[in-house]
Write a protein that binds this ligand. Structure first.
Ligand SMILES: Nc1ncnc2c1ncn2[C@@H]1O[C@H](COP(=O)(O)OS(=O)(=O)O)[C@@H](OP(=O)(O)O)[C@H]1O
Ligand SMILES: Nc1ncnc2c1ncn2[C@@H]1O[C@H](COP(=O)(O)OP(=O)(O)O)[C@@H](O)[C@H]1O
Length: 197
């Protein structure tokens, strides 16, 4: 850390912005295998919040890797840096008063725990989008599992690279048995219970 850098407290605080918005801000961190439903659910929740007049935003793995993180690949260190940067971006969104939904595989438990530590209590919710590998593989929305099985991608999560399940998520959404609508209801229920909206 450069000793010549000093943190500036902004004039308008997070609390000011939350008061103006009439709701609190937080991050809903969706984690799960490729094809488990992270993007689908993050967007469905975002849509539900939008209809409720709530300030929200989606940060999605594929999109962020087209811009901010286009210098990163899928080796362990790259995935760690990917998640570290997203955590910092999510913190800015929370500071700006929004509810941010994130859709990254974020396969390593330690990385997710480090992100959690950036936030105050009830500002970070880990949501496990749980779906058996076989079901994700059958869905194969981008044809990537097929490429992984044929050896075209050798570090694909769940096949050539590990996924560490959350041990104590705020919510688990089982997308092989639960509908999208039910999952959205559970997430909004969590936000209401925590008095965020
Ligand atoms: N090797 C490998 N492993 C996993 N995923 C791969 C890989 N190569 C490309 N993709 C595509 O990239 C998306 C995952 O990016 P993430 O930023 O979420 O990954 S990570 O959190 O850094 O592990 C992932 O998107 P989702 O399917 O939406 O999860 C894939 O489309
Ligand atoms: N209950 C469900 N929840 C979420 N996605 C589902 C569900 N049932 C089927 N799907 C489908 O599974 C696929 C999940 O893809 P996607 O959301 O891109 O996953 P991820 O972002 O985890 O890679 C989509 O085609 C979606 O329509």
């Amino acid at each position: 850390m450069n000793n010549n850098l000093k943190w500036h407290q902004t004039t308008i605080t997070k609390k000011d912005r939350q008061r103006l918005n009439n709701h609190k801000s937080c991050v809903l961190w969706f984690t799960g295998l490729s094809g488990s439903g992270k993007s689908t659910l993050a967007n469905a929740v975002d849509h539900a919040l939008y209809r409720m007049g709530i300030h929200s935003y989606v940060l999605d793995g594929d999109n962020i890797r087209h811009g901010l993180n286009k210098d990163l690949g899928f080796a362990k260190e790259d995935r760690q840096e990917n998640i570290r940067r997203i955590g910092e971006v999510a913190k800015l969104f929370v500071d700006s008063g929004s509810i941010v939904t994130t859709a990254f595989i974020s396969p390593f438990r330690q990385d997710r725990e480090q992100i959690c530590e950036l936030f105050n209590e009830d500002e970070f919710f880990e949501i496990y989008v749980k779906c058996p590998l076989q079901v994700c593989e059958n869905r194969d929305p981008k044809g990537l599992y097929r490429k992984a099985r044929s050896g075209e991608i050798n570090d694909f999560t769940g096949i050539g690279s590990p996924y560490e399940e959350p041990t104590n998520p705020a919510l688990t959404l089982e997308t092989d048995t639960e509908s999208i609508a039910k999952a959205v209801e559970k997430v909004i229920g969590l936000l209401v219970k925590k008095k965020i909206v």
